[in-house]
Ligand binder design. Structure first.
Ligand SMILES: Nc1ncnc2c1ncn2[C@@H]1O[C@H](COP(=O)(O)OP(=O)(O)OP(=O)(O)O)[C@@H](O)[C@H]1O
Ligand SMILES: [Mg+2]
Length: 561
């Protein structure tokens, strides 16, 4: 709470009140301690003190218990007992101006960002990509830029990836290698992210970080990100907050030394930021944290053991509140010793011993003095908050949402303007239509060509079969006529030389041979018409000479067809 002389009063030790030095509040801080030792309440106390001083804050609410910051607290036996210790006579319980945000849009206004604002490096982290895949994502962003294709939501990213994959040959020479294996791996990661609710995470209207800087009636607004569901995807959560810090850094102007920070950012479960993070990204985080100070932003990390954070980050956290740590195992004991060594020792107690003895709401406290040097560590009791400890009801949450300014309420709308997905879909559709048209044209032409070919083939085959019939029939007819001629000659000779029964029978035989030949001819010829024509021809051939018979046969076949 603010002291009578407007100091940031947050804890009390044997020597008296402990204040955060406003000018050094942007030199970042750490709230650490085992579970249940009082970290969240400490965060609440520090944040509401800043709010009373007109400094807005941002914090993630992991369990719903931070929502109480919006409501006035009330007197309890515990608080009543501590009031005289703290020198507080009549605590003025009050809630803080609060806005709830929720990436999933369920318990607060949606807080979104666009794929392009997130950038390939942070996106690679969310998508768990290896270096090669990150390289492909970098190329994708450059192609999107060069092709003026906006990447807003995940469907833009998916479509762009599809486009880059399909045209890999073309792009590889200009931008670098794009392997189909990498494209496939990124597609799968995007699918996983979508299943985790990533669709709601990316898109428009994108959150404007300037909205975190609001004040109401002279008090800084508490911007609370509802994160119980989001925490189930720690990488998504931490990368989103990292983006928020990066965005703040990019957007806020440089400021000189100030009496108070412009914004205080609390990063709960801060260890998630560094788990499985590449050295390059840790370096980037370290750099952003170091530089954002000059923009008047203070970042306070909240975690169980300080050793969860990289040394170069830990080294930048000047304002410290260390709650109790457990020392059950040799590993725990080592952590306790390491943490104790980071404090400026107090000759009145052994830091390492005290860390394990601290009660709930009690902590080792060391803030930066006016010269920026850490103060001697003190064993202190953290103040109770003037706002409610613990969660609020759904009805109270709704009232707070309804009271938000119209500008903030606009985040509830969903805008899906033309971007890579829409443009590439239209291109694909146009291409598909053109291909369909070309295909239809080709089919038509092929059908026409086939018809013409068929026609030509029919003509040729009918010509061939006519010729063939003619040849066969001609041969057969000649043979038949020759046989007749021979038998006729024989029978004529016999008749001339004197007829006998034998001769007659022989003539009969010869006729029957002729008949047989005719029937053979009939069998061999496919057309019965041709067959009967042949018979007719054969009969008439019997009365004339061979050549005449042949001509007659051919004539009657041709006439008969
Ligand atoms: N400064 C305080 N003043 C009054 N009560 C406190 C204070 N600190 C802690 N408490 C009490 O201790 C309880 C646990 O504290 P808190 O929720 O802050 O622990 P935590 O370290 O955040 O736990 P976790 O790691 O589980 O989130 C609170 O609900 C509250 O009742
Ligand atoms: Mg907590």
């Amino acid at each position: 709470m603010l002291s009578a002389d407007n100091k940031l009063f947050v804890a009390h030790c044997a020597k008296g009140p402990i204040y955060i030095n406003g000018q050094m509040a942007n030199r970042h801080g750490l709230i650490a301690g085992a579970t249940g030792t009082g970290k969240t309440v400490t965060l609440q106390v520090i944040a509401e003190t800043f709010s009373q001083a007109g400094v807005p804050c941002f914090m993630a609410d992991m369990k719903g218990d931070l929502s109480g910051i919006s409501q006035a607290g009330k007197m309890s036996g515990f608080i009543e007992k501590r009031c005289p210790e703290f020198g507080i006579e009549d605590p003025k319980f009050a809630g803080n101006p609060t806005r709830f945000y929720d990436v999933f849009g369920e318990q607060g206004f949606p807080m979104r960002t666009t794929v392009s604002a997130m950038g390939p490096q942070l996106l690679s982290r969310i998508l768990d990509l290896n270096d090669t895949q990150e390289g492909v994502l970098n190329i994708l962003f450059r192609i999107a830029d060069d092709s003026k294709l906006l990447l807003l939501d995940l469907k833009d990213l998916r479509m762009m990836l599809d486009f880059v994959g399909k045209n890999a040959d073309k792009f590889t020479t200009q931008y670098g290698n794009i392997s189909s294996a990498s494209v496939g791996a990124i597609q799968r990661s995007i699918l996983t992210l979508e299943n985790q609710g990533g669709q709601q995470f990316f898109g428009e209207p994108a959150f404007d970080v300037a909205d975190l800087l609001d004040t109401e009636n002279g008090r800084g607004v508490m911007n609370v990100l509802v994160a119980d569901k989001l925490m189930l995807q720690p990488k998504l959560y931490s990368t989103f907050l990292l983006w928020l810090i990066t965005e703040l850094y990019a957007r806020m102007p440089e400021v000189g030394d100030m009496d108070l920070p412009k914004l205080v950012f609390f990063f709960d479960e801060a260890h998630t930021l560094f788990e499985g993070t590449s050295k390059a990204l840790v370096d980037k985080i370290e750099q952003v944290i170091r530089l954002i100070r000059s923009k008047g932003v203070g970042i306070y990390f909240v975690t169980q053991a300080p050793t969860d954070l990289p040394d170069n980050v830990l080294g930048q956290l000047g304002n410290r509140v260390q709650h109790a740590l457990r020392a059950y195992t040799p590993k725990d004991q080592k952590v306790v010793r390491t943490v104790a060594d980071t404090f400026r020792a107090n000759p009145e107690f052994k830091t390492a011993e005290v860390i394990t003895e601290l009660a709930t709401g009690e902590a080792l406290v060391s803030f930066l003095d006016e010269k920026g040097a850490p103060s001697v560590v003190e064993r202190a009791k953290i103040l109770f908050p003037l706002s409610q400890i613990g969660a609020i009801s759904d009805g109270q949450r709704l009232d707070i949402q309804n009271a938000a300014p119209a500008r903030i309420k606009e985040y509830s709308a969903v805008i899906d303007r033309e971007s890579a997905y829409e443009i590439l879909t239209a291109q694909y559709e146009a291409q598909a239509r053109a291909e369909e048209k070309a295909l239809q044209k080709k089919e038509k032409e092929e059908a026409k060509a086939a018809k013409e070919k068929e026609k030509a083939a029919t003509k040729k085959s009918s010509k061939n079969s006519k010729g063939l019939n003619r040849t066969i029939l001609g041969t057969l007819a000649t043979a038949a006529a020759t046989t007749f001629a021979r038998s006729l000659a024989n029978s004529a000779a016999k008749t001339i030389t004197g007829g006998s029964k034998k001769t007659a029978s022989s003539s009969k035989k010869s006729t029957s041979t002729g008949k047989k030949t005719a029937s053979t001819t009939k069998k061999k010829t496919t057309s019965s018409k041709s067959g009967s024509a042949l018979q007719k021809a054969t009969k008439s051939a019997a009365n004339t000479v061979t050549r005449t018979i042949t001509n007659e046969v051919l004539k009657s076949i041709l006439n008969g067809r």
